[in-house]
Design a protein around this ligand. Sequence first.
Ligand code: NAD
Ligand code: TYD
Length: 349
Amino acid sequence: MKLLITGGAGFIGSHVVRLFVEKYPHYQVFNLDKLTYAGNLQNLRDIEARANYSFLRGDITDAAFVEAIFSEHRFDAVVHLAAESHVDRSIAEPLAFVETNVLGTVNLLNTAKKHWQGLLEGKLFYHVSTDEVYGSLGEEGLFTEETRYDPRSPYSASKAASDHFVRAWHHTYGLPVKLSNCSNNYGPNHFPEKLIPLAIHNIREGRPVPVYGKGENVRDWLYVLDHARAIDVIFHQGKVGETYNVGGVNEWRNLDLIELLCEVMDEKLGRDKGESRKLITFVKDRAGHDLRYAIDSGKLMKELGWKPSVTFEEGLRKTVDWYLANEQWLKEVTSGHYRDYYTQQYEHR
Ligand code: NAD
Ligand code: TYD
């Protein structure tokens, strides 16, 4: 098995690469990543010398580059995670999301189709997507695989478009595909522009923790290693042409989540109870902020036997421990570009 994983230097991708490299030593794993601000090879230091792992630096939108690596390595399967992934950045700079998430995905599909023509047996294009394509829920209900797409941010619209293109390549050209749509991930190696790592970072530094609006928006949170396990199960046992929802059965209102995180941080940092909570600062709401995401992963659980392995309390503690133990990682990713982004994003809120 020659497996191409795209976006393997990012948050989720690095956990997926590690899982496949370690669990399947007979697979040859190629990690294709552009190393944008979100990609970091430090995430893979522990496995980079493995004989069954190679890194390919490049851009999924670069047709000549993607063609060249398919010609050279003759991949049997693709697990596609490379994307622009942050909603706030998509509001500020939507075009980059169309380029990478839509054009990049179509470029990969086209190249896979060309190289696999007449040789489809055993081939697979697995597309990793988000529950945000389904839009926003009210107080009640869950997203199922049948929920109508209703994306509302430039990020979710670009991911929805990419999902449609993947299904179109399956129906029109017979490309063997699988898709999964997952809820919010958290865990080690998460870039600190997303809520949980940003809050951990700010609490540690004694800086304000920005909560958008009244903190009433709800997200379902899944530990990143459980997402990587789901991708493994779907890759190997899922049905071709099918979509699987992945979630943590773990809904949290943002404010409740941040308050829990503050308690954990007080304990881990030896601060007085309630001290970190004082850092919570309500700021201007995100434009078009989706109220609630909640996902029904019943199909994945019943058909393929997957379930989350850690509770949220456990996962959050492991995450905080990782950030406290990896100060250097955080220092490196929060230098330079991140500081500019942070100032731009929060100075007027
Ligand atoms: P991330 O931003 O941490 O990582 C994305 C990776 O893709 C980075 O390493 C980056 O360098 C790479 N990349 C970006 N543009 C590229 C390009 N043009 N060519 C090659 N590489 C490029 O993202 P993540 O949170 O790890 O998300 C991975 C995937 O999972 C995305 O497709 C995302 O939509 C999806 N997803 C994420 C979440 C979440 O909570 N983070 C939830 C559900 C689904
Ligand atoms: P985020 O981690 O950006 O993920 P997504 O928008 O894809 O769900 O945000 C999670 C939730 O936290 C979302 O409702 C927006 C909110 N949020 C804040 O309140 N403050 C922040 O500084 C950030 C980054 C997010």
